[in-house]
Design a protein around this ligand. Structure first.
Ligand SMILES: [Zn+2]
Length: 438
């Protein structure tokens, strides 16, 4: 894919980091001009290709280089495009090309045709590539951190923005930045894709001492989210009250939306002047409250995941987890709430990158029957073979009919996961590769 920026041999992807920005006056205008220009270019491309395929469906889709060569022509035709950051326009073209390829080749099943973008969409974004450019005094980057709370974007016609604390941007390389505006929160954000030099990680590997311990981790049921093979249990972060408050707002918000859409339609039918559902101030206020709750819940979970993964990575040298597919789990209603809540995917990504960070080993094993096999004698319990899911989930403890060992359901499962990981032996490095953050 064209928009995946390249990594050097010695670099490791650290994911994205998001900060709030506080634009004022002309800076807001600058940002909205950037959004507008990118949307304009995108829509121009969408329109061009719709017309093109209507006229001649047999035509081949041009390569990215050809598409990019149209940009300077567009900038000549529409003078105002010259005033916005050019790397962001390039990125929009790359994005369009990728989406179009995915749609044409049907690589992703659900990939639809690229569609027109609207000014009223609740989240506006523009991406700036952090390329180096030459100045008289030497090379400079498109994005520069000036102080822990200030950031400069762009070369000519750039802006300096006030931001939330940028302290964890030290010693990393910024690949690209996405500026976004969340209409429902009325906030501006900037998020960076960052990479780090692996050679710098050595210091962290020394810092975290080897413990000589290995652990298997199973996803528990109910309030116990993670259960380790040595019997430690991690709960789900308590966001119950917040969720209740959020759900209340959400249903209120949804109900109002239906009413407002009807009202807007009626108004537009009877009047010359048109309005939109987004013009209703009270509804907007409600949406903002709802979104703030959602954000709070997300932050609490994220924070909790960070703590748990750090604790695990520091405490053990080898960590074994199941290769669970979140999608499969969500199909199971009993588990659905818990898993969605516990954000398994995020947990796995964090764990994978922290293991690399601290020089530990993460092993992902097949999840089949881990909880139905006795960890003492390795035999499958025949009692569980034809049980209904509901009955099966209700079992917390059991005795093995062969060796009469007493098992806690989740601890037994995590022991099996660990045993499976150890049994993999030489295959480990291959499997670990599959555990890379995606
Ligand atoms: Zn047994």
């Amino acid at each position: 894919m064209a928009f995946k920026t390249k990594l050097a041999e010695h670099e490791i992807q650290l994911g994205t980091r998001q900060y709030r920005i506080y634009p004022e006056g002309e800076q807001i205008a600058w940002i909205w001009q950037l959004f507008g220009a990118n949307r304009f270019v995108w829509n121009q491309f969408v329109a061009a290709f719709e017309a093109r395929y209507e006229a001649n469906p047999e035509l081949k889709f041009p390569k990215i280089g050809v598409l990019k060569s149209w940009l300077p022509l567009m900038r000549k035709e529409y003078e105002w495009l010259k005033r916005v950051n050019s790397t962001s326009l390039q990125f929009t073209v790359e994005r369009f090309s990728d989406d179009m390829w995915a749609f044409l080749t049907k690589k992703q099943v659900k990939q639809g045709k690229p569609r027109f973008k609207s000014r009223k969409y609740y989240c506006q974004t523009a991406t700036i590539k952090n390329v180096k450019y030459q100045t008289k005094t030497g090379a400079q980057a498109q994005i520069a951190v000036l102080s822990p709370h200030h950031l400069r974007i762009g070369k000519k016609n750039g802006i300096t923005l006030r931001t939330s604390s940028l302290h964890n941007l030290r010693n990393v390389r910024i690949q690209k930045a996405v500026i976004s505006y969340r209409q429902d929160l009325d906030r501006y954000y900037i998020s960076f894709s960052v990479v780090k030099d692996k050679r710098q990680l050595a210091q962290y590997q020394v810092k975290s001492k080897k413990t000589g311990k290995a652990v298997g981790i199973d996803v528990g049921l109910g309030k116990e989210w993670l259960v380790t093979s040595d019997g430690k249990r991690f709960g789900v972060p308590d966001t119950f009250k917040l969720e209740k408050a959020m759900l209340k707002r959400q249903s209120h918000c949804d109900r109002n939306r239906t009413a407002i859409e009807k009202r807007a339609a009626r108004f537009n039918h009877e009047h010359e002047e048109k309005i939109d559902k987004y013009d209703y101030a009270n509804w907007q206020k409600l949406r903002k409250t709802k979104s703030k709750y959602q954000l709070k819940i997300r932050n609490i979970r994220y924070d909790y995941l960070q703590k748990v993964t750090t604790e695990l990575v520091k405490g053990y040298d080898v960590i074994a987890i199941e290769d669970l597919k979140v999608k499969n789990l969500l199909g199971n209603h009993k588990l659905a709430h818990n898993i969605a809540n516990a954000s398994w995917g995020m947990f796995r990504r964090l764990l994978a990158y922290k293991c690399e960070w601290y020089g530990k080993k993460l092993i992902v094993v097949k999840p089949q029957y881990t909880s139905r096999i006795c960890s003492e004698c390795g035999k499958k319990n025949p009692r569980f073979a034809h049980m209904k899911t509901r009955d099966w989930l209700a079992i917390r403890e059991w005795y093995c009919p062969y060796c009469h060992a007493h098992h806690d359901r989740d601890v037994n499962a995590s022991k099996n996961i660990l045993a499976r990981a150890v049994g993999l032996g030489s295959k480990i490095s291959k499997i670990q590769a599959g555990a890379q953050p995606c």
